[in-house]
Design a protein around this ligand. Sequence first.
Ligand code: FES
Length: 90
Amino acid sequence: MKITINQQVFETIRGKTILDVLKENSFSIPHECDGKCTCGTCVVEITRGSRFLCPIREAEQFHLESKDYPRNHRLACQAIITGEVEVVIP
Ligand code: FES
């Protein structure tokens, strides 16, 4: 399946996180806790296909709300891909 990052299209597979795909394709994004959902630094904007990401869990919601991110933002390390999405790195 396809994932679009900053208007570039990449192939990926169901079950990876957005952070997995960013790292595989050498995108630079903060990820201080490397996916443990403790730092809240790996925020990305979802511009299309948010329904193709896993639901937001409590710890992720806490980070997003504590920094007042709009609803179309996710933590890349927590967002598991199940379909085609478009992502912008802020
Ligand atoms: S890498 Fe720390 S919350 Fe995503």
